[in-house]
Write a new protein. Structure first.
Ligand SMILES: Nc1ncnc2c1ncn2[C@@H]1O[C@H](COP(=O)(O)OP(=O)(O)OP(=O)(O)O)[C@@H](O)[C@H]1O
Length: 255
């Protein structure tokens, strides 16, 4: 679980995060949504420890980051997996080498043990063995995302952060990737936080949704109540998507 207590972050005197308080429980998918410029990425970077908030606290399973020694911060980083927007795979490495990278960086396991673990996670994300020796350019965008997820979970993280995991994917593949993240989150009891613009994701895996507006937490809830809120900022945002308009129409027609 990650608890965020009144965090603030400014750049050059301009406050970007204006006192955010929320909780991201483990074993479920937590989504951060909001308009472009709302502060989602800055927030995610604070959770990742890449930005240090000017004020407030972030607690990882009860322990505040600010109290961590350098060694504890290093340990925490090893417990974090990240799925980057574009996949961010190393082009010069094969699929297997990409997934093995965190193990080589952070652990001292024997090569045979690492190879076994790499195979295990690639199987878990349903990437066929024929793809394991290929380079990222030789596989599809959806497969690249699977590799990126495999790399993020290979070192058994307690926390998984995903920045726009669906960008560049067709809707069907995006749904498969969303559900894969949801399954892994539950199976390994991970605290997962996903930064997304994708309304399909909100409907599919929005177990907790945090809506940011102008650096503040405007609303929080889940996929079942987001339709029912009378918060105008949220409704304006969600109903601007085609998908939500169709759902609302269907609801109005009594389906
Ligand atoms: N390193 C930085 N230095 C200065 N300003 C920054 C920095 N990072 C972000 N900002 C500013 O913070 C604000 C929020 O940016 P952020 O990237 O968090 O928005 P976002 O909600 O993720 O938007 P998008 O959906 O477009 O990615 C923007 O005005 C941006 O210019």
């Amino acid at each position: 679980m990650i608890e965020v207590q009144d965090i603030r972050k400014a750049f050059d005197g301009e406050e970007i995060l204006k006192g955010i308080t929320t909780t991201f429980p483990k074993g479920q998918t937590n989504l951060i949504i909001g308009q472009s410029g709302a502060g989602k990425t800055v927030f995610l970077k604070c959770l990742l420890g890449l930005f240090r908030p000017d004020k407030g606290k972030i607690l990882y399973d009860g322990s505040p980051y600010s109290s961590f020694s350098d060694e504890e911060q290093r340990e925490l980083r090893q417990q974090m997996g990240m799925v980057f927007q574009g996949g961010a795979l190393f082009d010069s490495m094969t699929v297997e080498e990409n997934v093995m990278f965190p193990l080589r960086m952070f652990t001292r396991q024997r090569r045979s043990v690492m190879i076994k673990r790499v195979k295990e996670v690639l199987d878990r994300v349903n990437l066929a063995e024929a793809q394991h020796k290929k380079f990222p350019v030789e596989i599809s965008g959806g497969m690249q995302k699977r590799v990126s997820i495999a790399r993020a979970i290979v070192n058994k993280p307690k926390y998984l952060f995903c920045d726009e995991p669906n960008s560049g994917l067709d809707p069907q593949t995006a749904t498969v990737i969303d559900n894969l993240i949801l399954e892994l989150t539950r199976e390994y009891d991970i605290t997962t936080v996903i930064n997304t613009h994708d309304m399909n994701s909100v409907l599919e895996i929005g177990e907790k949704i945090v809506f940011l507006k102008g650096g503040k937490l405007e609303w929080e809830g889940d996929k079942n109540v987001i339709f029912k809120t009378d918060n105008e900022s949220v409704t304006e945002f969600v109903y601007s998507s085609d998908l939500f308009q169709k759902v609302r129409k269907a609801q109005n027609q009594g389906f």
